[in-house]
Design a binder for this molecule. Structure first.
Ligand code: FAD
Ligand code: EPU
Length: 332
């Protein structure tokens, strides 16, 4: 058995039956051939995956490395192997004078996992910079490329969570970054900066994230546990009858996004602990491992939050985090 505690940021003390490190694309065919249809889990840095209990299959740990840079008069083109660290890539782009990634600073995880949920923060989503994605088709043992337009990117969503779910291993992500990329500062508190440079945005994002979010190295967590729900104006109105100041952001003519943190906050979950798993006091959308937490506690707390939000607001929360049980993904 292989310990998983250090391989997922929630830090539950769980194990996997086997682990293989993927260091080269050439190993893919033989790795999947040897698995012969048995259970496996593709793992980057484990910052969006929680191993709730011992996993009876093989963890494939992505260690594919390499960054290639090309440029034209108008663009930088970066081809990045999927096992590279996202935050290190953000720093690298700044160092070469390619701007735009700075709003996504300090998001943990690998480059290969970034397009899967289309990571986003402070007014930027990674899809804005993706031109194509290269992947290994597990069933057909072939290498393929998918264009941005076919990835169906949306808020915390892409084709990799649907039609290509569990079917592919992303090997590299190809980015196209305009040389005249404008700074994005529409989100608070970036909007208070006067004429900021990309480096100032980078520093501010890091400062705000350190204030708001627990550091997984100190307190195990997987970032936002649920997605922010998009609801109809009808639901918004019914909430406004009771809470006139409910925060919301318009998404379309008749739908708005409501911060899940606010919904959870209203129900008094902040600081509540279930078997060592706590709803964080500063940011209730983040569940944390108090150090002695276990998968049962996490499921109890997450299910209670989901149930109470449904009962109080008629909103069904959807988990952003992947929950891994004994033989694969668990539905909340
Ligand atoms: P993992 O957890 O290892 O994997 C995630 C999923 O992708 C799994 O289903 C896995 O099987 C699959 N997968 C991984 N690699 C591959 C691959 N190469 N090919 C195919 N499938 C693969 N997210 C945001 O969007 N915005 C934020 O601001 C943000 N802040 C966070 C803050 C903290 C403190 C933490 C802990 C997390 C945060 N996240 C945020 C979530 C997380 O950082 C992202 O989802 C990140 O992209 C996960 O990368 P990973 O390598 O750790 O993924
Ligand atoms: N709020 C409360 N009580 C609290 C905290 C927040 O009511 O204790 C309300 C406030 O109204 C606040 C709102 O929630 O304005 C939003 O909070 P915050 O700015 O912290 O952002 P979020 O919506 O909770 C989202 C992403 C984060 C991303 C930030 C910044 C999702 C699910 N989460 O969080 O992404 O970093 O915005 O853009 O979309 C992640 O995906 O793991 C993640 C951390």
């Amino acid at each position: 058995m292989v310990p998983l505690k250090k391989l997922h940021t929630f830090g539950f003390d769980t194990q996997a039956k086997n682990l293989v490190e993927l260091k080269s694309k050439d190993d893919l065919v033989s790795i999947f051939h040897q698995l012969k249809g048995s259970d496996y889990y593709l793992l980057g840095e484990g910052s969006n995956s929680i191993f709730l209990e011992d996993f009876s299959g093989t963890v494939i740990l992505n260690k594919l490395k390499g960054i290639e840079l090309k440029e034209s008069a108008t663009h930088f083109y970066l081809s990045v192997a999927s096992g590279e660290s996202w935050h290190e890539l953000v720093k690298h782009t700044l160092s070469i004078g390619a701007f735009g990634f700075e709003n996504l600073a300090l998001i943990p995880g690998t480059v290969g996992a970034a397009p899967i949920q289309n990571i986003g923060a402070y007014g930027v989503e990674v899809e804005q910079f993706i031109s194509t994605i290269e992947y290994y088709d597990i069933e057909h043992s072939t290498f393929c490329t998918i264009e941005h337009k076919d990835c169906n990117f949306a808020y915390r969503d892409s084709i990799f969570k649907h039609a290509l779910f569990n079917k592919v291993l992303i090997t590299s992500v190809n980015f196209s970054i305009a040389k005249d990329q404008a700074v994005e500062q529409s989100y608070a508190p970036l909007n208070q900066l006067i004429d900021p440079t990309p480096l100032e945005i980078f520093n501010k994002v890091i400062e705000v994230r350190r204030e708001k979010l627990p550091d997984p190295k100190i307190l195990g967590n997987a970032g936002s546990f649920f997605k922010n729900p998009v609801v109809s104006d009808k639901i918004l109105k019914s909430i406004e009858n009771q809470y006139s100041t409910v925060p919301h952001f318009r998404i379309s003519a008749n739908s708005v996004k409501i911060p899940a943190a606010w919904l959870i906050d209203q129900l008094g979950f902040k600081g509540k602990v279930y078997s060592g798993v706590k709803c964080h006091e500063r940011q209730p959308l983040v569940l944390v491992n108090n150090g002695n937490g276990n998968g049962e506690g996490l499921l109890m707390l997450a299910r209670q939050i989901k149930q109470d939000v449904q009962n109080a607001f008629s909103i069904e929360l959807e988990n952003e985090v992947r929950l891994v049980g004994n033989s694969g993904l668990i539905v909340l």
